[in-house]
Design a protein around this ligand. Structure first.
Ligand SMILES: Nc1ncnc2c1ncn2[C@@H]1O[C@H](COP(=O)(O)OP(=O)(O)O)[C@@H](O)[C@H]1O
Ligand SMILES: [Mg+2]
Length: 547
């Protein structure tokens, strides 16, 4: 499945094209009126399946509300009847039922279902043709619905298959399913569960597929959907006022790599090189920015660059981090409970316990409270560390860390080598994420109790590029000390790493290739660099005078 991203085609922006509004409007349940009014525009339209076609259209109404429209194949009245009959038959035929429940792959399900559908429809060939449908076409459509419901995820299936969708969220009955689209963010879909029975079947299927079946006794469960690997969170109606609800988080299955982030223009190979070296040499890195700016995504992408033999401990409230290639990775999360006799496992307790696991690097998903102290203490005692903090600027960040409830002494905060500022910006009508600056800790002055940060890299909006703003770097100096070499050598290594990253980005390397190259770079940097140079030009940092 997909690190391949399906291109969005047919991007058009139009006013009130009657023909277009009609086809779009028809399938926007609950949104049809709006879709037909003047000023509605189609933001994107693309197929998520070909045979039979399932299309997605994203539209924006006059008020700027955005809708996600799934258009599934239409059936004739005959086809619908045959579909109902077949569904019934399969549910009552142990052999068929067993067959369909053993199939994991939707394509295979379609092939099996096609045989059944064709046989059932064959006697109706003449009548279908009168309706302008050939037998094969209608059989493909009937097979789609059978496979969708028996092997796939029912009406959610197109959302699960659409590689642009990252989150799927259903808040109950009679409420549209919301989807998070990687380009358009939250959209209201045209999928609404009106029938409690259907919602229940979908929820039970999610439970079954994740091996975590919810029940009255255990109405809240979280599991991983097989075979897709997506995380699902289910809350039954006994504790969810508007009916069963669930959230499927797809993006975790395939975390962004630094290569993809470079390709998306979030950062450049030079920044990746610095952060890669920093975590490899067990320096502390803090990523900060507002909610939804991509902090956790960047943290995960960087963590994937850690040497695979490192002992890594990650600690989170909600599990988001995923490291596909680190065997010695302990993934901890918290458990909060009000029940008597149930141990409350807080973030702070987990960070403290992590330190006793002899980690090379400790990763805290997000620091908010008292766990901060233990994290920075870990940095100060020579562990590598990676975390994110919600803050709008470097000043606010330091102030937040130093005041309640975190209360980290500034002398400890200064154990962090690099601070990465990431933002979510609108540029040319598109949402982009940008690392806008990289600061390093220059010094801690005990007499004034101040940390002096110095800017190492700055993003320039007009040029949309990144420049080195300081010829000297205390980070580079400390790596040079560590490796008993000169800063100049360290800069050379950083440029070599950046060249390798640039090369991989140009090749569109996937997660596995990146992992293999990073692993080899540890052992034979020169050889990997030569390979990169055979296909790309060397990366050099752009230097500008500070001013
Ligand atoms: N560089 C990026 N480019 C495109 N989408 C991104 C990028 N970084 C994050 N996202 C998307 O933005 C959403 C929020 O990202 P996340 O890393 O959870 O943000 P934060 O931790 O800052 O709240 C996710 O859906 C994620 O897939
Ligand atoms: Mg986050």
């Amino acid at each position: 499945m997909g690190s391949k991203r399906v291109p969005i085609v047919n991007r058009s922006r139009e006013g009130s094209s009657a023909a277009k509004s009609r086809t779009v409007g028809k399938s926007v349940r609950g949104g049809a009126g709006r879709a037909e009014s003047a000023g509605t525009s189609i933001l994107a339209s693309y197929p998520v399946r070909d045979e039979p076609p399932v299309r997605v259209t994203i539209i924006e109404d006059v008020d700027g509300r955005r809708f996600y429209n799934v258009e599934e194949p239409e059936l004739t009245e005959l086809g619908s009847r045959v579909l109902r009959g077949l569904r019934d038959r399969i549910l009552h035929d142990m052999g068929l039922l067993r067959l369909f429940s053993s199939i994991e792959d939707l394509g295979e399900g379609l092939r099996e279902a096609y045989g059944l559908a064709r046989r059932a429809l064959a006697p109706l060939r003449k009548r279908l043709e009168k309706l302008g449908r050939d037998l094969e076409d209608e059989a493909t459509r009937v097979a789609y619905y059978l496979a969708r419901d028996l092997v796939g995820y029912g009406r959610l299936d197109p959302l699960i298959r659409d590689p642009h969708i990252e989150d799927i969220s259903c808040n109950g009955l009679l409420s549209p399913v919301f989807v998070y689209h990687n380009e358009f963010e939250w959209l209201t879909s045209n999928i609404v569960f009106n029938d409690p029975g259907e919602l229940e079947r979908v929820v039970l299927k999610l439970g079954l597929r994740s091996g975590q079946e919810p029940s009255l006794a255990r109405p809240v469960v979280e599991g991983i959907l097989r075979p897709e690997g997506y995380r699902v969170h289910i809350v039954l109606d006994v504790v969810s006022r508007r009916g069963h609800s669930f959230t499927i988080r797809k993006f975790r299955a395939e975390p962004f790599t630094v290569i993809e982030l470079v390709s998306k223009g979030t950062l450049d190979p030079g920044i990746v090189a610095i952060l890669w070296a920093a975590i490899q040499y067990k320096q502390g890195v803090v990523i900060y920015g507002p909610t939804g700016s991509g902090k956790t995504t960047l943290l995960n992408a960087l963590a994937m660059l850690l040497p695979p033999e490192y002992k890594v401990v990650s600690i989170e409230d909600t599990p988001e981090i995923y490291l596909p290639f680190h065997d010695n990775w302990a993934a901890m999360h918290t458990r909060l409970s009000d029940l008597p006799g149930v141990q409350n496992v807080t973030l702070q307790a987990q960070v403290e316990s992590a330190l006793r696991m002899r980690p090379d690097v400790i990763i805290v998903g997000e620091i908010r409270s008292r766990e901060a102290f233990a994290f920075f203490q870990a940095l100060a005692t020579g562990h590598g560390g990676l975390t994110t903090v919600h803050a709008e600027s470097a000043d606010v960040l330091i102030r937040r860390l130093a005041s309640p409830p975190m209360n980290v002494p500034k002398s400890l905060i200064a154990a962090t080598k690099l601070f990465v500022h990431i933002l979510r910006l609108e540029r040319g009508g598109r949402v982009v994420r940008k690392v806008i600056r990289l600061d390093e800790t220059k010094e801690y002055d005990p007499s004034s109790d101040e940390i002096v940060l110095s800017r190492l890299i700055q993003w320039r909006s007009r040029e949309d590029d990144w420049v080195l703003t300081s010829p000297e770097s205390s980070f580079v100096a400390s790596i040079a000390d560590l490796l008993l070499t000169s800063p100049k050598e360290v800069w050379r290594d950083l440029e070599r790493r950046a060249t390798v990253i640039k090369w991989l980005a140009e090749r569109g390397a996937d997660m596995l290739e990146l992992h293999e190259v990073v692993r080899r770079y540890m052992r034979e940097p020169d050889k990997v660099y030569e390979e990169a140079l055979a296909e790309t030009s060397p990366y050099t940092y752009k230097r500008v005078a500070t001013g």
